[in-house]
Design a protein around this ligand. Sequence first.
Ligand SMILES: *Cc1c(COP(=O)(O)O)cnc(C)c1O
Length: 476
Amino acid sequence: MRYISTRGGMDPAPFSDTLLEGLAPDGGLTVPEDLPLVDAEQLEAWRGFAYPELAARIIGLFATDIPVQELDRMCRDAYGPEAFAHPEVVPLTPLRGGLALVGLSEGPTLAFKDIAMQFLGQALEHALARKDRTLNILGATSGDTGSAAEYALRGKDGIAVFMLSPLGRMSAFQRAQMYSLTDENIHNIVIDGVFDDCQNLVKALSADLAFKRAHHLGTVNSINLGRITAQIVYYFWAWLRATDDLPAAERAAQQVSFTVPSGNFGNILSGHFARSMGVPIRRLVLAANENNVLDEFFRTGVYRPRGAADTHATSSPSMDISKASNLERFVFDLVGRDPERLNELWRSLDADGVFDLADAQPRFLEEFGLVSGTSTHADRVLAIRSVYEENGILIDPHTADGVTVARDHVEPGVPMLVLETAKPAKFPEIVAEATGTTAQLPPHLAGLLELPQHVAEVESDADALRSFIAERALHG
Ligand SMILES: *Cc1c(COP(=O)(O)O)cnc(C)c1O
């Protein structure tokens, strides 16, 4: 299996190469040349597998340049009990009203990004060793992505992490998670500024090609195809678990729908790939918060990214986006994988800040099963309260956006699986507002807040950051 660019200007490359680069060299996103197809017989043959084994089988359809035994080991390590406390890794929990939660937040940082990052950490280490290279990951975080990357890359050979975070802007839990790490390859850097200042410093250094090359700088952002690939696995897993109790003869025909709390369109893109590969998925329901540029797109076909002034800070902060970086991969499929047509649309986006696919909008549902909805703070509070009252289960605000939108799309006979993207203990304020109770941290994290913290303060200045990195980056 080889990988090409949505913009048509890249020679086909193997899976491992796509892990080390961000954008394709022509500015597009990498996609598989064709998606592997999986039939009902194959799905049944995988039914008895534990999560790590299933992951190795499915990722193996994409990562054909990684030896099978190596992939088995990587998935066992990525999804072992050290990272995922829950024995099932991704447990399903039924809720009243035809819904079930798909638990994606059992990993070290209690959010779904761990699932992709834990695999990516293994895959990067492997790819670097094979090329005899090192990689210095540079990133900015307002909390969640940075910690998932650090937990996935701590102690990995050939990799160092330089993670910028804004002073005084993260929760006590997020600070404790990141700053308590003592691994030598993890460098937490606090910047006296806001998240955008951190992001601008990362952009300045990434645009400095000479510096970037000299110090082997890279990123593990949400367009990384290794992350998207690892996320495909749980759509297979969730369908298998949702159909376990059916008579064997009825399983293949049983469709399920998924609702996905969405930001950068990474998670739901993996669902789109799983559906295209043959998982019996009826609807993929995209749930947005007040920053609903994607809900607008799926309802109208018009995609109009927003400026910073129109991007709101909400109580489901990991979905606060102005544009959705992975949407290009879906649009590529929508336009029949025609790079000419895709380039036209993105030229219009660059020139006018918008493109219009209103003519194609009916196909979103008809061909791709995609529908969408928006949820607000008041909806989140209601959803957290009602799920608690009806089931005795606490959910986090992102999952609450999912539950809100999912309830509008439940159909008789079709289980509606809502992806649980974070644990409620990370968001105590809104959980208390909704229920008057607080969610407990899992027992293995109970002492986290008391651990000593280590973080370097660096001036909000590109040169200061350059010299900090130059002194500590891995070379070779
Ligand atoms: C990142 C994140 C999302 C959004 O996922 P995308 O892949 O960006 O669409 C939703 N919920 C939580 C908790 C997240 O961390």
